[in-house]
Design a protein around this ligand. Sequence first.
Ligand code: 0RA
Length: 639
Amino acid sequence: MEASKKTSSYNASDITVLEGLEAVRRRPGMYVGSTGLRGLHHLVYEVLDNSIDEAMAGYCSHVKITLEEDGSVEVVDDGRGIPVEEMPEYGKSAMEIVLTKLHAGGKFGGGGYKVAGGLHGVGLSVVSALSEWMEVEVKRDGGIYRQRYERGTPASEVERVGETEESGTKVCFLPDPEIFEEREFKVEALVQRIREVAYLNAGLEISLEDKSLGEGPRLEVYKYDGGIVDFVKYTNATKEPIHNQVIHITGAREDAKVEVAIQYNKGYVDSTFTFANNINTHEGGTHLIGFRAALTRTINDYARSHGFLKEKDESLSGEDVREGLVAVVSVKLKEPQFEGQTKTRLGNPDIKGFVESTVGARLSEFLEENPSESKKILDKILAAAKARQAARQARELVRRQNSLDSGTLPGKLADCSATDPSVAEIFLVEGDSAGGSAKQARDRSFQAILPLRGKILNVEKAGANRAFSSQEIQAIIAAMGTGVKDDFDREKARYGKVIIMTDADVDGAHIRTLLLTFFYRYMPELVDGGYVHIAQPPLYRIITSKESVYAYSDAELERAIAENGKKKLTVQRFKGLGEMNPDQLWETTMDPERRSLLQVTIEDAVAADMMFDTLMGTNVEERRNFIHEHAKDVRFLDV
Ligand code: 0RA
């Protein structure tokens, strides 16, 4: 019935709609990034972004996300609701257009700070197209309206099903198994995004209920009345802030707003997080450039006029003023341009000047008005400048000794014959003995092995000059060939995959975290570019009379035991890589045909930074508490 009616009323716009959604289903990766976990999560973020837009426009204060037992997701908000009235140019309800037409997600009639560009704001129609089914319920204009879609096409009319004085939108959808190979949400990843968005929108309450767990539902509420100031406090909680007040700056002009929060800690690293319309701009952009310019200039001016810099020609570098800095720079603007490899660099040129002048003026006011806080900050920065000079000398010394020079490869490296980085891969292996097995096991045509001795240096705690004099770190840098930090050049990478291979025990997990800390701090683009992987050695070998199989987790072991009923079997537990012979190591962990690797992505530098600082930083007490409280999250980071 429905179908024949459709055919008879087909018009040109229907055909375009179908073609559009067909394209989405044919090439889902183009629209949501991948058909794996990332794409799956993107569906949730897409719906959430729409609710957040309502919040940014000032109409929505509560969002609730529920992960249902059957794998579907429900997102409810108390915004204005998707408009339901008929759009004369289509002869259909606006709701149907928004849910079926590609790029019809934008607020009609312009206005607001609607996100555009990158994978963000691709529109609800994309979620609908990639869902086996989707149901949308809108409360608006005194009524409750509902429509169902299947794989992007309407499966019902827009129906008025009740009366209400409330307003809001409820979207439920089941990700399509024909599209997504991965359909189990990773709650910790969703939480990171939810927490971030909640911090960026002070007062907005976002709750997440997970009913997909066997253990029964779990409800968490994220609401931060202090917004990004709370965010900075939270990030700094584990890092020993050197002054009490978080510096809070806001500014607005006709078509853009900026909000900044700043606090220094005793550490060495710069943790500046930038956002444009709530999107984490990992690659920075004009807002970051403006912020940095203002910070460097304002602090130099203040230092000079208040006698902190004695010599006329002395000045503090950008790196100096950013040591131990925790900052959030959040801009909201009408038409953001997202650029760069991952579309996470803000391109709008006029934002630089806007951020620079706002931050410059307000920061200099703060410094003048708070002399004791200012003195603590300036002392810290002057110390950083001194240390940097020492570090520079140390680095030059090392460079002269040739170890940082990519021309000289470290002696311990068993290199591969391939020189094409698209096929070459390097295993960083814990311990000389496992390194020896890996050398025997590998396919030397494309697999290089770098054995690492014991715990590598904790770069979070040590600062740059000690890092550069650590042998293990020198070896990694030299083997990679890319250089580090500002000198980093991805084009020079000698391997397309870096595979961390450590024992499946606590020490192994620690070494892995140390290595990730190193890559995150010294070669973040390598992580961002998806080069860094974690090998997955098996935990057990289960031997029956007929065959032997491997289990990679306790759950797999239990399954294998259950499958074998009461048959006689022997379980061998691998305590370390060294307990596997080279053949076993090859077939379980190194052979590209059979192994499974975990790709390390830093979706959320904030969470990663927290983890690293807490796990690796100087505050032992905090660390102990943190590990205790977050045993689960830590496991998440470990993968
Ligand atoms: C189009 C226009 C307007 C709001 C929305 C869409 C909207 C979409 C979603 C998706 C989830 N929650 C949502 N809330 C709103 C503007 C409505 C107006 O001008 O009244």
